[in-house]
Design a protein around this ligand. Structure first.
Ligand SMILES: Nc1ncnc2c1ncn2[C@@H]1O[C@H](COP(=O)(O)OP(=O)(O)O)[C@@H](O)[C@H]1O
Ligand SMILES: [Mg+2]
Length: 135
C-alpha cells in the first residue's frame, strides 16, 4: 500500500512530533516515546505518543496556532505544529491528539492511501509492512 507524499515535508512533521515529545519529557523520570505506523480503512496512520507533561484542555485549543509556544525564548518558535497542520492538510490528511496533563500526549497523523493510478512520479513513504520504515 502506498501514499502520495512529499517525503521531506512528512519527515519534517514526524521530526517535530518527536522533538516535541522529547521536550515534554524534561521532568518525567521514566521517559518513553512510542511511535507506530499502520494502515486503516484507506489511510496510513502514524502515531507518536509520550508519557510527558501533557497539554491542558485550554492549551490544546492553541497549539496549532502560529507562534504559540510554551518553551523558553530561543527554544521554540511555536511554528512546528502550525506548519505540520498545513502540510498534512495539503496531503488531504488530518492530525489530531489526545492528552492528559501529567500523563502524556498522543498525536495521530492520517494520510489517505494513494489510488494506484497516481503513484507513478511521486515519492513513496510506506511499503507493505505495517511498520515504520526508513524515510
Ligand atoms: N507532546 C507534547 N507534550 C506537551 N506539549 C506539547 C507536545 N507537543 C506540543 N506541545 C505544546 O505545543 C506547543 C507548540 O508546539 P510547536 O508548534 O511544535 O512549537 P514549539 O515546539 O516551537 O513550541 C509547544 O510549545 C507545547 O506547549
Ligand atoms: Mg515543536
Amino acid at each position: 500500500m502506498e501514499i502520495n507524499c512529499n517525503n521531506v515535508q512528512i519527515e519534517q512533521v514526524i521530526t517535530n512530533l518527536l522533538l516535541n515529545a522529547e521536550d515534554a519529557l524534561d521532568h518525567t523520570k521514566d521517559k518513553r516515546i512510542f511511535i507506530r505506523a499502520f494502515f486503516d480503512n484507506g489511510y496510513a496512520i502514524v502515531e507518536v505518543r509520550d508519557n510527558g507533561k501533557g497539554i491542558s484542555k485550554a492549551q490544546q485549543q492553541k497549539i496549532f496556532d502560529p507562534f504559540f509556544t510554551t518553551k523558553k525564548l530561543g527554544e521554540g518558535m511555536g511554528l512546528g505544529l502550525s506548519i505540520s497542520l498545513n502540510i498534512i492538510k495539503n496531503h488531504g490528511g488530518t492530525i489530531d491528539l489526545g492528552s492528559r496533563e501529567g500523563k502524556g500526549t498522543a498525536f495521530r497523523i492520517k494520510l489517505p492511501l494513494a489510488s494506484s493510478m497516481y503513484i507513478s512520479n511521486r515519492n513513496l513513504l510506506f511499503g507493505p509492512e505495517p511498520f515504520f520504515r526508513e524515510i
